[in-house]
Design a protein around this ligand. Structure first.
Ligand code: SF4
Length: 319
């Protein structure tokens, strides 16, 4: 099955089910791909005889395994992400990376004219990470030196919204191959470099300037400086759970004379925060695109940003 040229690896899935004798299996797909869940479930069920349960919950990253479903199935197929260093291996979870077969050459050729420097760091989501070498060769033909950085993740050049280690290469700018603004905005914030985002599906090129993004974060921190009461959010998804960090931030906040409360939640969305009578929130869960939080009614800042508010860290040390 192919959608947007993603490889759903259905034959591998069926083989795993048969070889591991799984009778009941779960499917977990990212939001945008839930439209094909029914087709996948139907085909797997027909060809293997296994009972299939589709997760209707969110699926934002490898951190976001549907643990309740995992408990009631023999195998859980999690689509769109790779296992990572922070993911505790679990036998029943099988990652299907959803590699894309889309040709990246047209969008890289379009992006070349936007690259101002000589050296560019090449990054991608796992869906396009296999195409980075080809992109590097193409850029060389245009006289650009492309570097694919080592990463703490599974593949060189791969990025996650919470891990941009592969972008730490000696370069003038970053070229990101993938869709959406989540990763390129995070890259610009994290590296302080201009990011050219090239979407191989739409052939759209977008530019992310670090200074603009950092200004928004600075405004959020400035708003939190006036807060007298703080809600410290603990993400309850297994890969995002950071209780110790949240507890220690609360202790520090109280020492500084603030009222601070711990709030546990699965997903941080504006509506769920509305009811809490605090002046600002600190997010210890998925760092997400901090820019998402700009639209929330009250400031939502990261743990590191809160340390700036508490006077424990300098703004220059985080960005
Ligand atoms: S960015 Fe957030 S959703 Fe994505 S893997 Fe990291 S913690 Fe999970």
């Amino acid at each position: 099955m192919k959608k947007n040229s993603y490889d759903f690896e259905l034959e591998r899935i069926k083989t795993e089910i048969k070889e591991r004798g799984a009778r009941r299996v779960g499917l977990q797909l990212p939001e945008g791909l839930k439209t094909v869940a029914i087709d996948i479930a139907g085909e797997i069920s027909k060809d293997t005889g296994a009972e299939v349960i589709i997760s209707g919950n969110s699926c934002f990253g490898a951190c976001d395994i549907d643990e309740k479903l995992e408990k009631v199935v023999d195998l859980l197929f999690h689509f769109g992400h790779t296992d990572t260093f922070y993911f505790k291996k679990r036998k029943p979870v099988v990652f299907i990376e959803l590699r894309s077969g889309v040709d990246v050459k047209p969008v890289v050729e379009k992006a070349v004219v936007k690259i101002e420097g000589e050296a560019v760091g090449l990054t991608a989501t796992v869906q396009h990470v296999h195409a980075l070498k080809e992109a590097k060769l193409l850029l060389a033909r245009y006289g650009k030196k492309a570097l694919i950085g080592k990463s703490r993740l599974k593949y060189d050049g791969q990025v996650l919204g919470c891990d941009f280690s592969s972008a730490l290469v000696p370069c003038d700018e970053i070229l990101f191959i993938g869709s959406g603004g989540f990763h390129p905005a995070g890259l610009a914030l994290y590296t302080g470099k201009r990011v050219i985002a090239a979407d191989p599906f739409t052939l759209q090129i977008s530019i992310y300037e670090p200074e603009e993004l950092r200004k928004k974060r600075y405004i959020a921190i400035a708003r939190a400086l006036d807060a007298k009461s703080i809600g410290i959010i603990i993400g309850m998804k297994s890969g995002q759970f950071n209780l110790n960090r949240a507890v220690s931030l609360r202790v520090k906040a109280i020492e500084k004379g603030l009222n601070a409360y711990l709030i546990a939640m699965d997903e941080i969305i504006a509506d769920k925060l509305l009811g809490f009578g605090v002046d600002a929130f600190v997010n210890t869960a998925c760092p997400r695109l901090a820019e998402d939080f700009v639209h929330f009614e009250k400031p939502v800042i990261s743990a590191k940003e809160f340390e700036v508010v508490l006077g424990e860290r300098r703004w220059e040390d985080i960005f």
